[in-house]
Design a protein around this ligand. Structure first.
Ligand SMILES: [Fe+2]
Length: 470
């Protein structure tokens, strides 16, 4: 088939021929549900130009499908040159633990067909990946996508900095979708269409809200337009991402974002034996706010999950030189300990770091100093090694920010003298540091065991621990 000129012009990122141009190939999203009830649901979303199309999504427990749903459509037009329709279809009544097959069609033509794992019941094994600081449009992020596809995670947790450099719609089009969804010839150089079968759960990083004023950068806040998170976070509060702009701009923003604003800021969900809590840790979030802490406490305490994990962007414990004074999330450590959190994942620092299991008591839990530093008392578990001693006494804090953006402190790998005796890291809480190459985390979770591996962009395992419970 001879492609229309427009398809040639947009290259890999577009797909034309049915009357309109599909600018973002269909991708999976979690949708609004958080706890797993009798059935799971998911969202399939895609983006086109502004020629309307009669799309339909068929889905079911086999490639014969059996169920059918028409999508919702929103207008996304942040500037005169950026005119899109965003589509989303909610797939309901998905049996837990099942494989779900879907096909997005326009008339008789298939736009995408793929399959994914529905969420699991607490007795089942779950495989997921974690990595932040990813889509900068360069080859490293595409190599990571390629390697991650080989592992076949059911979903990916993204602890922030989803796209560089300011979370703009134009940057999603240039850097994000061509790496993880619109990939016609998957390869180590081109990336892999992971999002067709892997659910991405994004958490806001500083770069994702890097354009703060719609009056200055009209296509900022792109994450709110494209993602469909669980919608169980607090809504009316002063710590949502501030969106600045004229009244018209803000009205258009809210209409195009829908419940993703402020849903994306804070949310949680269950899958298998795990409870996953995602928090916005950006500058504007007052972690000492008692209402915010009450919501976190309620969310974590209400969960009966065997494993509790928390995801946010700026790590409280970090032995790199970069971002070392941004320690405010340490103030939540006592709360996490009280609520039985097992592992905390962050990004922001572009390498991999694993802490010793630790407990931390801030000197002044109610106040964040102007320097950003949080002093306090550490209690380190020096016995845990993740091999022979697998029951941690304290929380494991992981930094997994090697998803694609330029690496920090490449010479720190396996050189404890650099990260233990450095003036920025006076307490030796770091057990493993890997910064030579880009990398991502893979977790195999059963009710009794977490197997945590770090793989680099060549697929090499650079860290592995097992975590068990009594
Ligand atoms: Fe960051």
């Amino acid at each position: 088939m001879r492609l229309p000129l427009i398809a040639v012009l947009i290259g890999l990122s577009g797909f034309a021929g049915f009357g309109q141009t599909i600018l973002v190939q269909p991708y999976l999203q979690p949708g609004g549900e958080s706890t797993l009830e009798l059935f799971d649901s998911k969202v399939v979303a895609w983006v086109t130009d502004q020629k309307p199309g009669e799309f339909v999504v068929e889905y079911g427990s086999s490639p014969a499908y059996g169920q059918k749903v028409a999508p919702d459509r929103r207008t996304l037009q942040p500037s005169a040159k950026q005119r899109y329709f965003t589509y989303s279809a909610v797939l309901t009544n998905l049996a837990p633990n099942s494989r779900v097959y879907y096909r997005v069609a326009l008339g008789k033509k298939t736009v995408r067909e793929s399959s994914f794992a529905a969420r699991k019941t607490p007795d089942e094994t779950v495989k997921f990946a974690v990595m932040g600081d990813m889509a900068d449009g360069k080859t490293n992020s595409r190599a990571i996508a390629w390697e991650m596809a080989k592992v076949r995670p059911e979903f990916l947790m993204i602890p922030g900095d989803i796209v560089y450099s300011r979370g703009r719609v134009s940057e999603y089009m240039a850097n994000f979708w061509p790496t993880y969804s619109n990939v016609r010839s998957p390869s180590v150089k081109n990336g892999f269409p992971l999002m067709a079968g892997t659910v991405f759960y994004p958490v806001l990083g500083n770069h994702d809200v890097g354009a703060t004023n719609l009056g200055g950068v009209a296509d900022g806040f792109g994450a709110f337009y494209f993602f469909h998170p669980p919608l169980n976070g607090p809504t009316n509060n002063p710590w949502n991402t501030p969106v600045v702009g004229s009244a018209d701009q803000k009205a258009a923003f809210h209409k195009a974002a829908g419940p993703a604003y402020p849903g994306l800021c804070n949310y949680s969900f269950d899958n298998g034996a795990g409870h996953f809590l995602c928090l916005d840790a950006n500058r504007y979030v007052p972690v000492t706010d008692l209402d915010l802490q009450a919501w976190i406490r309620q969310d974590l305490m209400r969960s009966k999950a065997r494993w509790k994990m928390v995801f946010f962007h700026q790590p409280g414990f970090n032995s790199s030189k970069s971002h070392n004074s941004e320690q405010k999330m340490r103030l939540l450590s006592p709360l996490f300990e009280e609520c039985g959190v097992d592992v905390v994942f962050a990004g922001h620092v572009h390498n991999y770091q694993r802490s010793k299991p630790l407990r931390f008591t801030p000197d002044d839990p109610r106040r964040l100093s102007a320097s950003g530093l949080v002093h306090g008392t550490f209690r380190l578990d020096e016995e845990f090694d993740g091999i022979k001693r697998t029951r941690p006494d304290g929380i494991l804090y992981l930094v997994t920010g090697g998803g694609g953006a330029g690496l920090y402190d490449k010479d720190f790998t396996d050189k404890p003298q650099k990260w233990k005796n450095d003036p920025w890291a006076v307490v030796p809480f770091t057990a493993k540091f890997y910064s030579e190459r880009h990398s991502f985390t893979v977790v195999d979770m059963t009710p009794d065991k977490l197997s945590i591996r770090q793989l680099n962009d060549k697929g090499e395992q650079v860290d592995r621990i097992t975590v068990t419970k009594p």
